[in-house]
Write a protein that binds this ligand. Sequence first.
Ligand code: TEU
Ligand code: CA
Length: 552
Amino acid sequence: MHSTETQAQGVPKWWHTATGYQIYPRSFCDSNSDGIGDIPGIISKLDHLRDLGIGFIWLSPVYASPMADNGYDISDYMAIAPEYGTHADFDRLVAEAKARGIGIVMDLVVNHSSAVHHWFQAARAATDDPVHDYYVWRDPAPDGGPPSQQRACFGGSAWHFVPEIGKYYLGFFSAEQPDLNWQNPHLRREIYDMMNWWLDKGIAGFRMDVISLIGKDVDAGIFEEGPFLHEYLQEMHRETLAGRDVVTVGESWAVSPETALLYCGRDRQELDMVFQFNHIVEGWDPVHGKWKPRPFDLVAFKRVLNDWQTALADDGWNSLFLSNHDLPRQVSRYGDDGVYRVQSAKMLATVIHMMKGTPFVYQGEEIGMTNVRFTHIDQFRDIETLGHYADAIADGVAPDDFIAGANTNGRDNARTPMQWSADTQAGFTTGTPWIEVNPNHSDINVAADRSDPDGLFDYYQQLIALRKTHAVIVHGQYQPYAKDDPSVVAFTRVLEQEKLVVVANFTGAQLQFHVPDGLTCKGQSLLSNYGPRDALSGIVTLEPFEAFVIAS
Ligand code: TEU
Ligand code: CA
């Protein structure tokens, strides 16, 4: 079975066994006391990542940018933001990371540029400039208003008026992020040349920001997974990626188990994996979205994850994560950031890392960093939070209610500075940080966690190491159990004679678990967050947030 499965999923790739680690540069480590994380700061912490055992860093954008969206608004695709460093610093990062067995995966943000990119400056100045067509322009509606009622992701209309030329441009995220017109072949050529330039520097691949938007058909009102998407991704592959041993991870909020293989199926020549959010969005309110999360529903959550494991069982590849720079801290959202913080964080990590796919650890997750509790809107920095706050207040929402939602699910939770130590400003900076550090850094920090043998870092190290030594974690067939159990996640992974049994109590209560037939086993404990377990049968008592893996 091993050989057919490997064959089905193509040649074994380095990124099948590697674990990714996402760095949000602004918040990782500040080397020069300006309160902003930077590339020399990242270099100074590479040993921490080597010790963790990761195979690549997904580096959120470090390009030149006015930072309206912290770098997801690029003004020069071939320049490094001065506050983050220089090209020499970047080259040193690639080399120093490589010396530790770590690749650098760059963030490719090409659905839109910054409004201060020189292309856009020229495009908005004259309709007869060839570069004008690099962006999406439409005439006003007959009443002079915007061409459609489309809202921007970060609040307000998605259409922005330029009086000098009498046209509206599309900024699907915000006015500061004008959408690039992928239908223009010269624009596509410029993007491919730019990608090749970075690839030739020896980077390990690209994470592609909102890539499912590039095939949009604006006049038909189709933004996600539009009619040109796969044609462009195939062209991009031909022009940049073909023949290179790199990894590509496509972010998509729209991809479903039904469409995933169109991006990453073995016959497609597009991307290696999709980074999808079905399991995240499942927990949002159907009307109010992320600002009003639904009570956590484990059965629905498992159904989504199981569907993805099944859909990509023999072809394509999953990315596995609960956190990133746009999401709340996972221990606060899905675990318990109080008394069971460490146990529940280990439990969540066990479930994610034992599934089939490439796991991603978001900075600070490896020490169980939590959400923040801001009390005033002035403490928030995120363009999305501030834009939606303005919309909410205009709709009559009470500020405190909005802030409660933002503290629960807002993006700044993930963006407070990395907590390195109990020192002032958590050892992130000796200056004033651009966003406040979480006051709990006195207890939750790298120095404290790493000196604790029962800490989270040690546990993540084990999870990441196991993936390298146990082919069953990488390639084994996934079989879910206890699908309707509202408290427990249980599954097996099977590869030839090897079998892993994974069980996790997702609640803070002790409970009795009736072991389903397929999970009954006798073997050795591979990992656990309480005492070791080496057998399972009948009815077992699970401790609060207990998780374990048995090899049988
Ligand atoms: O995110 C895509 C995206 O759709 C998010 O804005 C998402 O809707 C939101 O975070 C949910 O709360 C990517 C980047 O990851 C994000 O940081 C950028 O702001 C966005 O694209 C625009 O580039
Ligand atoms: Ca700095």
